[in-house]
Each structure stands twice: as structure tokens, then as C-alpha cells.
Design a protein around this ligand. Structure first.
Ligand code: FES
Ligand code: FE2
Length: 437
């Protein structure tokens, strides 16, 4: 048992010490041991549509410029001037080949070269012109761009491990390639960043915390079939990543109903996917999934839309959250309308669900002021079950075991559960994809 995690397999019981959510020293260790040695999500390739597009963003506590150079290649630069440190690119986004520092006017190209210095002659003949600094690794998987500040990290696909299959289930939802819509939701929560990670694949809280949303859906649909949730399964994907996946019967549970014509359009899209990928894969695609890629990327696909959520710790009791919508560019106006409606009504910071989560998390954090008197949070749900469901807490234990191993060196064995079966193992028919291409 470590200072932070009590993983008792006999009872069984799993507890996390609330010190992990409040202590500045834990926060500093997370920055040093986790964020400096993981692959961290930066953005999606489709956010940079044209050559010379750029976006400034924070990743792992560093300011970076995420850009596409004139030749179309993705580049990531540390957003600090090599001269004396000023922020180089001060705009949130735009299009431009050069960045000029506001402090003394040094200019850099988006390929990282220093191209001009005011009063150049005051530097000696042998002066070495510094280029921009870059993270040691930048790579992408199916359009999702990640960076790592660890020069010795494993390659991205190895790091993502079993999570690649679930990214595929999302990325395959358009034969034209999925894209991120311009614009994002940006909000902050006065709570430890790990609480939102837990919340992002916690199906247990849905009926109690999100009654307002469910009441709205009930009113719009006339009925809510309790069986519509179907079979769900929490899956350990390796390296701290986990997913809660729902079988295809989850289709249509959430959101306002489509018209008959909208349903027909949806069926038509699914038929084209069946032809391309085969039934087994499309049955899975139709289901729901809440995926957490360690440490701080969330991808949620709950039929009503796909969101990408990046969670940035700022201090032990404060986080910043960015979320984007990943959409098929080739869907009909009605399907797009439903998707946008769902994005706002459920996921939006002013929607019918996110404020509930924010309040729940902030109330936990406020109560952690009593973490000496009440030190442990319980995350044991479903630990004894052969098959853990989305409403259990296996997915969170998976994340915490990885966190605990990185912070304390204590290696906890994986939790034994029955192998995956049924709708959770269908594969993509790649032959069909190749013959189409
Ligand atoms: Fe950028 Fe001096 S700090 S030019
Ligand atoms: Fe929630």
C-alpha cells in the first residue's frame, strides 16, 4: 500500500488518499514525473487547415505554437523567444509565415529559423543565430497530434497501446475523414484535475447528477427505455488508458429525437460504413465510448457527438479545460444540427450537464479541506465482478494504478476480469477498406 493508493484485493476495496488532490508537493511531482514523461495531446491536424495556419496553446504547462509550415508540414515550437524569453506569438490563432517578437523585434519563420534581427551588425561575425526550440517529439495518430517532452519516450503507437482501437472507432466515422469544427469550449473548474478525469468516464453519476438533462430528453422523446443503455463494459487498454464502452443498443438513448427523414439519413450513413468496414466494426462504432488516454486526454463518443477534451492542471485545486467537437464533414444538415444541439445542451459549459459536473467536482474539492479527518475516497465499485460495467469504477482504478506506479514506484497487478466477448471484440474488415480504395 502506498501513501496514496490502498488497493486491497482481499475485501476487495480500493481507496485513494485525498492528499493526492490537495498537496502542492504532489502537484509538483505530477508535473515532473507524469507530464514531463508522457505523450500529451496538443490538437487535431484539421485545426490547421491551410499552410501557415497557427494556433497557440499550452501543453504540459508549456506555451507552444502549433502550426503548419508553408510546405504543409505540422510543426510545434516552444512559444518563447530565444533572445530573452518573451512570448513570441501572442495571438490565439491565425495565418502567417513569420513570427516577430514584440520585445526587440527578432523574427522567426514557422520552420523555426531566425530570419532577421534589428541592428544585426551589433552581433559579432561568429554569432550563432538561435532557432526556435521544439519539444523533442511530435507525432500523430489518425489526426490526433501529441507531443512529448521526454527525449527517451516510447513511440506514440506503443504508448497509446489498446487505445488506438478506440480512436479508430471514432476516426472511422466518416469515409471523408473526421475533422474538428472551428471554435471550442474553454472553461475552468476549481478542483483538482484528476477529479474531471474520473468524472469523464463515470457512468454511475448520470442519473443522480444529470436529472435536468434526462428530464429534457424524456420530454423531447416521450419515453426513456431503461434497457436502451444496453450492455456496457469497462476495459483496461494498457499504460493507464481505459474506456467504458456501450454496446450498439445505446444508439438513440441521448439527445433530442431525429425526424423520420433524419433517422433515414443516419441509417444510410451506417449502411455505407457497413459496406466499407463490415458489420462487426460498425456495430461497435454505433455504440458509446468514454475513453481516457493517460494522463489528460478524454474522447467521448456518446452517439450524440464526439468530443475531445484536454484537461490542464494549473494548481492543486484549479484546472483549465478545452473541448472540441470532432465531426464528419460529409453529413446532412439535420444530422449536423442534432450534433451541434447535443454539443451545446449536454457538453457546453452553460449546458444542462456540464454545470452539474463542475458543481460536483468543486464541492469535492471544497470538502477536501477536511482530508485529515476524512482521508480516503472510495473507488471500489465493481471490483468483485467478473465483468465490470460503465457504472462501475474499474476504469478509474486502472488510471490510478498507473498514476500510483509513476509517483511512488509501487507496481500493482492488473485487476483480473473475464476476457472481452460479444460486441466488444468485433474488428474492422480491412480488406473491404482496401478494395474500396
Ligand atoms: Fe524577443 Fe528580445 S526577447 S527579441
Ligand atoms: Fe457528468
Amino acid at each position: 500500500m502506498s501513501e496514496y493508493v490502498d488497493d486491497d484485493r482481499t475485501t476487495p476495496r480500493f481507496r485513494v488518499n485525498r492528499k493526492a488532490m490537495v498537496e502542492p508537493q504532489v502537484f509538483a511531482e505530477e508535473r515532473g514525473k507524469i507530464f514531463n514523461h508522457s505523450w500529451l495531446y496538443l490538437g487535431h491536424e484539421t485545426e490547421l487547415r491551410k499552410p501557415n495556419d497557427f494556433i497557440t496553446r499550452n501543453v504540459g504547462g508549456r506555451p507552444v505554437v502549433f502550426t503548419r509550415d508553408a510546405k504543409g508540414e505540422i510543426r510545434v515550437w516552444i512559444n518563447s523567444c530565444p533572445h530573452r524569453g518573451a512570448t513570441l506569438c501572442r495571438e490565439p490563432q491565425g495565418n502567417g509565415k513569420f513570427m516577430t517578437c514584440m520585445y526587440h523585434g527578432w523574427s522567426f519563420s514557422n520552420r523555426g529559423e531566425l530570419v532577421s534581427i534589428p541592428d544585426d551588425a551589433s552581433y559579432g561575425e561568429n554569432f550563432i543565430r538561435p532557432g526556435l526550440a521544439a519539444p523533442p517529439h511530435v507525432d500523430s495518430y489518425r489526426g490526433f497530434v501529441f507531443v512529448s517532452f521526454d527525449p527517451d519516450i516510447v513511440d506514440l503507437t506503443t504508448y497509446l497501446a489498446g487505445a488506438t482501437e478506440y480512436i479508430d472507432l471514432v476516426a472511422d466515422q466518416s469515409l471523408a475523414g473526421m475533422e474538428v469544427l472551428p471554435g471550442s469550449h474553454e472553461y475552468s473548474v476549481k478542483a483538482n484535475w484528476k477529479l474531471l478525469l474520473e468524472n469523464s468516464y463515470d457512468a454511475y453519476h448520470t442519473t443522480s447528477a444529470h436529472q435536468r438533462y434526462l428530464t429534457m430528453v424524456l420530454a423531447a422523446r416521450g419515453a426513456l427505455d431503461p434497457k436502451a443503455l444496453g450492455e456496457t463494459r469497462a476495459v483496461d487498454l494498457g499504460n493507464g488508458h481505459a474506456v467504458t464502452a456501450g454496446a450498439s443498443t445505446t444508439a438513440g438513448l441521448f439527445g433530442r429525437p431525429l425526424s423520420d427523414e433524419g433517422e433515414r439519413q443516419r441509417e444510410q450513413r451506417l449502411a455505407s460504413f457497413r459496406e466499407a468496414y463490415g458489420d462487426a466494426w460498425v456495430d461497435r462504432m454505433q455504440g458509446a465510448r468514454n475513453l481516457v488516454i493517460f494522463p489528460n486526454l478524454v474522447i467521448i463518443d456518446l452517439v450524440m457527438g464526439v468530443i475531445i477534451r484536454k484537461i490542464d492542471p494549473v494548481s492543486p485545486d484549479y484546472m483549465e479545460v478545452s473541448s472540441w467537437q470532432l465531426v464528419p464533414p460529409d453529413e446532412t444538415p439535420e444530422l449536423r444540427k442534432q450534433r451541434l444541439d447535443n454539443f451545446l445542451t449536454f457538453w457546453g459549459p452553460g449546458g444542462l450537464a456540464t454545470p452539474d459536473d463542475v458543481e460536483a467536482l468543486e464541492s469535492c474539492q471544497r470538502a477536501f479541506a477536511s482530508s485529515v479527518e476524512l482521508p480516503w475516497s472510495d473507488i471500489s465499485r465493481g471490483m468483485h465482478k467478473p465483468v465490470p460495467a460503465a457504472t462501475d469504477e474499474f476504469q478509474m482504478r486502472t488510471w490510478w494504478r498507473q498514476w500510483n506506479e509513476i509517483l511512488t514506484g509501487e507496481v500493482l497487478p492488473p485487476e483480473p476480469h473475464e476476457p472481452l466477448d460479444g460486441t466488444f471484440i468485433g474488428r474492422r474488415n480491412d480488406t473491404a477498406v482496401e478494395s474500396r480504395a
